[in-house]
Design a protein around this ligand. Structure first.
Ligand SMILES: Cc1cc2nc3c(=O)[nH]c(=O)nc-3n(C[C@H](O)[C@H](O)[C@H](O)COP(=O)(O)OP(=O)(O)OC[C@H]3O[C@@H](n4cnc5c(N)ncnc54)[C@H](O)[C@@H]3O)c2cc1C
Length: 348
C-alpha cells in the first residue's frame, strides 16, 4: 500500500465525521498511521453544544469530546492550527499552508462547512458577530450585555437553536425571517405561517424581511443607543446589541478546487462515500452523496448522519464497500407545547 508496511490514513477535519472515522480506523487497524489535520486551535468539541455558552458555560474544557491524552493513547496524530491549502491526488500528497506536504495512502475529507454569508451583506461583515466556533461564540457573548438584544438575520436551525438558549438566558431575540429561516428543512409555503407562529411562541420577535424590502445597510448604533442598527429598504430600522447571520452552510472545499476531484457544491461521492479518486473518501457536511432514489447528489445533515458517514467512510477506506444509509428524518415538527422541534437539534 505504501513505502512503509502500515498504511497512512490522513483525515482533513477534526469534527464529528473526522474523529469518528479515526476511532473506527484505530479499532480495526491497530498498526496503521492515522493523522488528523485541522485548522482549529482546540481539540474536537461538539459545535452543537455552543449555545450553552450563553447559558453560562464558558470553560472550553467542558466542550471537549475527549481529553488530549485520548489521542496519545490511541496513537492518533492530531495536527492542530494547520491549514490544508491543496491536495494532489496523483501524487497522494496534501499541501499545508507552511510549505510542508504529507503523503497519504487513503485520504478522508471531512472538512465540514461554514456559515453562508450572502454577497449583499459582505460590506458589513465586520459588524456581524459569529457563532461558527467556540472562539467566535465567546466573543459574541462578551459583546452582549446582560438582557441585551440579538438581531438574527435569516435564522436557520442553527440560529433557532441558539435563539431558544438566548431566550432561556434572559436575552431578547429579534429574528429577521426569510427563505432560510427553517434551513435545512424544506417548508411548504402553506406551512410557513404555522411555523413562524411557533417561533413567536418561543418568545422570539419575528420581523418579516420580505415585507420590509430586505436589508439596505448595517451600521454602528449612535452614542447612547444599542451597538448595531439594521436598516431596511422600506425605511424602517431595527436596533440590537449584536447582529448575527444564520443562512445555511457552505462546504469547505477551497483547497480542492484544482485537485481534479468532482465537485458541485460539495465533494461528490458515491453511496460508499468514495470520491471520483479511488483513494479519497469524504464524509460529513462537505460531501454530496449520490441518492439512487432521487437520482441526484444531495447533502445529509444531523449529528447521527454525520457520525455514521465518518464510520462508513473509514470502513470503506479499509476495504469494505458498505453504502451509507441515512437516518435523517427531514421533517420539522411542533412539540406538545406548540414549539418547534427539529431532528437537526438531536445529538447524543
Ligand atoms: C455553530 C454551529 C452549530 C451547529 N449546530 C448543529 C446542530 O445543532 N445540529 C446539527 O445537526 N448540525 C449543527 N451544525 C452543523 C454541524 O456543524 C454539522 O452537521 C457537523 O458538525 C458537521 O461535522 P463535520 O465533521 O462534517 O464538519 P465540522 O464539524 O464542520 O468540522 C470540519 C473540520 O474541518 C476543518 N477544516 C476545514 N477546512 C480546513 C482546511 N482547509 N485545513 C484544515 N482544516 C480544515 C475545520 O477546522 C474543522 O475541524 C452546527 C454548525 C455550526 C457551525
Amino acid at each position: 500500500m505504501s513505502r512503509l508496511s502500515s498504511p497512512h490514513y490522513v483525515i482533513i477535519g477534526s469534527g464529528v465525521a473526522g474523529n469518528h472515522a479515526a476511532e473506527l480506523l484505530r479499532d480495526n487497524s491497530p498498526d496503521s498511521r492515522i493523522t488528523i489535520i485541522t485548522n482549529n486551535q482546540l481539540l474536537f468539541y461538539n459545535r452543537y453544544l455552543l449555545p450553552r455558552i450563553f447559558l453560562g458555560s464558558e470553560d472550553w474544557r467542558d466542550f471537549l469530546a475527549w481529553p488530549a491524552s485520548h489521542y496519545n493513547e490511541r496513537k492518533i496524530v492530531m495536527r492542530r492550527a494547520t491549514w490544508v491549502t491543496s491536495i494532489d491526488p496523483a501524487q497522494r500528497l496534501i499541501m499545508l499552508g507552511h510549505n510542508e506536504s504529507i503523503h497519504y495512502d487513503k485520504l478522508l475529507i471531512a472538512s465540514g462547512a461554514r456559515g453562508y454569508f450572502p454577497e449583499e451583506l459582505a460590506d458589513y461583515r465586520a459588524l456581524i458577530h459569529g457563532f461558527g466556533s467556540y472562539e467566535q461564540a465567546i466573543a459574541t457573548k462578551r459583546a452582549l450585555p446582560d438582557g441585551g438584544t440579538v438581531v438574527m438575520l435569516g435564522g436557520d436551525m442553527i440560529g433557532l437553536d441558539l435563539a431558544r438558549s438566548l431566550i432561556a438566558a434572559g436575552y431578547r431575540v429579534r429574528l429577521v425571517s426569510g427563505e432560510m429561516t427553517f434551513w435545512p428543512h424544506q417548508i411548504a409555503d402553506e406551512q410557513r405561517g404555522q411555523f413562524c407562529d411557533a417561533v413567536k411562541a418561543m418568545g422570539i420577535e419575528v420581523i418579516r424581511g420580505d415585507q420590509s424590502g430586505g436589508i439596505r445597510a448595517i451600521e454602528v448604533g449612535a452614542s447612547g443607543l444599542p451597538a448595531r442598527r439594521v436598516l431596511f429598504h422600506d425605511g424602517s430600522d431595527l436596533y440590537g446589541d449584536v447582529v448575527m447571520s444564520f443562512m445555511g452552510l457552505v462546504p469547505a472545499i477551497e483547497f480542492m478546487i484544482s485537485s481534479g476531484l468532482d465537485i458541485e457544491r460539495g465533494v461528490l461521492v458515491s453511496t460508499t462515500l468514495q470520491s471520483s479518486d479511488p483513494n479519497i473518501y469524504a464524509a460529513g457536511d462537505v460531501c454530496q452523496i449520490w441518492s439512487p432514489e432521487e437520482q441526484r447528489y444531495r447533502f445529509y445533515y444531523g449529528h447521527h448522519n454525520v457520525r455514521a458517514m465518518g464510520i462508513v467512510a473509514a470502513g470503506n477506506m479499509m476495504g469494505a464497500s458498505e453504502p451509507f444509509v441515512s437516518t435523517w428524518n427531514e421533517s420539522l415538527r411542533l412539540d406538545q407545547q406548540g414549539y418547534i422541534d427539529s431532528p437537526f437539534w438531536e445529538c447524543d
